[in-house]
Design a protein around this ligand. Structure first.
Ligand SMILES: [Zn+2]
Length: 259
């Protein structure tokens, strides 16, 4: 099954008549009940990352419960749409990009299932190459580096200029620990990033405002939904990748507790 973790502005994705699944995990409840339905002839599980009413801020999203719950329902591939700021004026609002690399500037988040046991996980290439290949023909930028900041505040101009000077392209608040947890659970995972603004150091105005982000997201929601649908249709269940391999064992107790 393919999982979709909807980001800011994407709270519903599946057609009417889809089934609701309430799942519990050793890490508590996920952000919302998971909806299971069909898109492009494929079984898809949808979970709004921030909750149905956007009740979770980026730093309070129950990331561990979310990935665990999706996997326990049978999800093995995850598409993760998200809103991002752009550090490149040539990739302005409305641009859709699939990141290739990540930089972690978060702090204090529960970011692993392995709190003991000396487990280390390969993460040089944080995204699944076959999912990225399925999405690439449908997006504007197929290779970007995304820096994930702690939030919930936006960047200062100096931070923003510093990120751009490193050669990073996109700024986001939820891409980690989500991608790392997906790797720990041996899930295929790819982000699909919708640019909603130019980050503070790049634009000349007053800086990023929440209402602008939400307005830009809703303006581009139909296209983002199309990109997701086309990517799901193009995802080959038998395509080879190493996401399910890895030299670590799965976390213990990965059995669902369903209600
Ligand atoms: Zn994969």
């Amino acid at each position: 099954m393919i999982g979709v973790i909807g980001g800011t502005g994407l709270y519903r994705f599946l057609p009417g008549g889809s089934r609701q699944r309430i799942v519990d995990t050793p890490y508590g409840r996920p952000s919302a009940p998971i909806t299971v339905g069909e898109v492009a002839g494929r079984e898809v599980a949808f979970l709004p990352r921030h909750g149905r009413g956007h009740e979770f801020s980026p730093h309070t999203v129950p990331y561990r419960a979310n990935l665990w719950a999706l996997r326990s329902l049978g999800v093995r591939k995850v598409l993760a749409p998200c809103a991002v700021g752009s550090l490149d004026p040539a990739a302005g609002p409305g641009t859709i990009a699939i990141p290739e690399q990540l930089v972690d500037r978060t702090s204090g988040r529960a970011s692993t299932y392995f709190d003991g046991g000396g487990v280390h996980v390969s993460f040089a290439d944080p995204y699944c190459p076959t999912l990225r290949a399925a999405a690439a023909p449908h997006v504007d930028r197929a290779s970007s580096t995304m820096v994930v900041i702690e939030g919930p505040r936006f960047s200062t101009r100096a931070e923003s200029r510093w990120y751009a000077a490193q050669g990073w392209d996109l700024v986001n608040m939820t891409g980690l620990p989500e991608a790392a947890l997906a790797r720990e659970l041996k899930l295929c995972y790819a982000s699909i990033a919708l640019v909603t603004d130019l980050d503070a150091g790049i634009e000349a105005g007053t800086g990023v405002r929440t209402e602008d982000v939400l307005a830009e997201f809703s303006r581009n929601l139909p296209r983002l939904t199309d990109v997701l649908t086309e990517t799901i249709a193009a995802t080959d269940p038998a395509a080879p990748c190493d996401c399910a391999a890895g030299d670590h064992d799965l976390p213990a107790g990965l059995d669902p507790v369903r209600i």
